[in-house]
Design a protein around this ligand. Structure first.
Ligand code: FAD
Length: 466
């Protein structure tokens, strides 16, 4: 029997895994995962990855061979040791990953191997969606409504293949990758999550049954159960976007369903941007922002990271992130806007913190979203539309369910003052048992003044070339 190696990366699943299905058809399978030294996963993603690999290994009856190091050294050695004829992987779209894969493909083909790559991560690959003149889209609506619509429909999901595992002992151990944190905070933070393919599938089913109806409006309410929370599962490829897309498409037509599918389109847009702008995790997409007068304010950054800004909705979001490894999208936009506009701290600092603390930290969605909020991104809102966190909070968490959960020290304040406790009369604060500056911080920025400061800063660059 011939031998195939499938190299798992961010495709930690058996169903709808086109490269795995190809490999499984060709012979006895050696499933491999490599923790690449060149990757620098954040703390949260390392913890998730450990659990996800555990689940994948269990689904493969303990046959997942795990390594850490350089794939260009490990894979040729494995191919030689096991006499493999075929090596497969699903494609990635970041510059380092693509360079690594291209070089490896050439090297392995020179050695006579059949190397097969497939699209297992996107509904439409970046090279298939361009404007009529061949240039990439910079605006979401035409990208999704014209570009994606004109391309071939996404592939229908494939069933999990039947796999004949290569009969060799597995002397590798997941613990050798040292992904679990010490001390083991992951027990608590992962309590509400089930990393792995089965958890992802269950999450999708629960969302389609209970969360999709009401999504269009409910997705903006951080305390409402109307978002899917599929993002970490999608980021690790525990479920394919095709499975999610066709799962939603099979539901009765509605505005909720269409809106949800268009959010998957935003994920495609981010990957398209990443492919065409490989340095977008540090380079402004709009070069006008290269001269923006950012503030160097480590104390303000720390207060933001710790959820101690004195602005309740910002603190609630930052604490949700720390406690759960996730933050609701509406609140991500609010905390990001507060950092880059009110505090004028560079978006790269926010990106780095999210990279380290989000379970769904994603090489495309994270930088594309930060730049979108900062105003330097593709299709970003006009700079002068600066979120007012108090107004946002009163609108999207009117009864304070989200605030009271994550900022419990303010729980006894009446709704009227919950969103801006500094405006509460002294007797109201006393009645709620709060001394500002002791039990809860004074705001670290004056919202009106800092908004004005941001607009003046933008005035300095608005005439520069983009
Ligand atoms: P749902 O509303 O249920 O959406 C379903 C899926 O659609 C998501 O899982 C995601 O894959 C995709 N999606 C939804 N909204 C967006 C969006 N605005 N942009 C791109 N894709 C989207 N998302 C990440 O996956 N990883 C990140 O690292 C990340 N960083 C972000 C940073 C900032 C500053 C902001 C404002 C947003 C960021 N997002 C990121 C986008 C978005 O907040 C999350 O995708 C969403 O909150 C995930 O929750 P969900 O799965 O419940 O979303």
């Amino acid at each position: 029997m011939t031998v195939s190696i499938h190299w798992f990366r961010r495709d930690l699943r058996l169903s709808d895994n086109p490269a795995l299905s190809y490999a499984a058809k060709r012979g006895a399978l050696l499933p491999v995962y490599i923790l690449e030294e060149a990757d620098a996963p954040g703390g949260a993603t390392r913890a998730w990855l450990h659990r996800s690999l555990e689940a994948l290994n269990a689904a493969l009856n303990g046959a997942l061979h795990v390594y850490r190091g350089d794939p260009a050294e490990i894979l040729p050695r494995l191919a030689e040791t096991h006499g493999a004829e075929t090596l497969t992987w699903n494609r990635r779209y970041d510059a380092r990953g693509m360079d690594c894969d291209t070089a490896l493909k050439t090297e392995l083909r020179t050695r006579g191997l059949n190397v097969h790559s497939a699209n297992g991560a996107l509904l439409w690959e970046p090279m298939d969606v361009n404007k009529a003149d061949g240039t990439p889209y910079r605006v979401f609506s035409p990208f999704f409504r014209k570009g994606c619509a004109a391309a071939a429909p996404p592939r229908e999901p494939l069933p999990a293949p039947s796999i004949a595992l290569l009969d060799v002992p597995n002397d590798t151990a997941l613990d050798d990758l040292a992904l679990r944190p010490t001390p083991a905070w992951d027990e608590d933070v992962l309590a509400d999550w089930t990393p792995g393919e089965a958890g992802a599938t269950a999450r999708l089913e629960a969302f389609l049954e209970e969360g999709l109806t009401g999504y269009k409006e409910g997705r903006d309410i951080p305390s409402a159960p109307h978002v899917s929370r599929l993002s970490p599962h999608l980021a690790f490829g525990e479920i394919s976007p095709n499975t999610v897309w066709y799962g939603a498409k099979a539901q009765p037509a509605s505005r909720d369903r269409d809106h949800f599918m268009s959010e998957l389109g935003w994920r495609e847009f981010s990957y398209n941007l990443l492919f065409h702008n490989p340095d977008m995790d540090w380079q402004n997409l709009n070069r006008k922002f290269d001269g923006f007068p950012w503030c160097d304010a480590p104390d303000l950054l720390t207060a933001w990271q710790k959820g101690q800004t004195g602005i309740p909705i910002v603190d609630a979001g930052m604490r949700e992130l720390w406690q759960t490894g996730y933050m609701h999208n509406r609140v991500r936009m609010i905390v990001a806007s507060f950092l880059v506009k009110n505090l004028r701290v560079h978006w790269r600092h926010g990106l780095a913190w999210f990279h380290d603390t989000l379970f769904d930290a994603d090489p495309a969605n994270n930088p594309a979203s930060w730049q979108w909020v900062a105003g330097s991104g593709a299709d970003a809102a006009p700079y002068f539309r600066i979120f007012n966190p108090v107004t946002q909070s009163a609108k999207f968490d009117a009864e304070g369910a989200y605030l009271r959960r994550y900022v419990p020290e303010l729980a006894r304040l009446p709704d009227k003052y919950l969103h801006a406790p500094w405006e509460a009369p002294a007797e109201v604060l006393r009645g709620a048992g709060i001394v500002l500056g002791t039990d809860y911080p004074h705001p670290i920025a004056d919202l009106r003044e800092s908004r004005q400061g941001a607009l003046s800063a933008y005035d300095q660059i608005k005439g520069s070339p983009s």
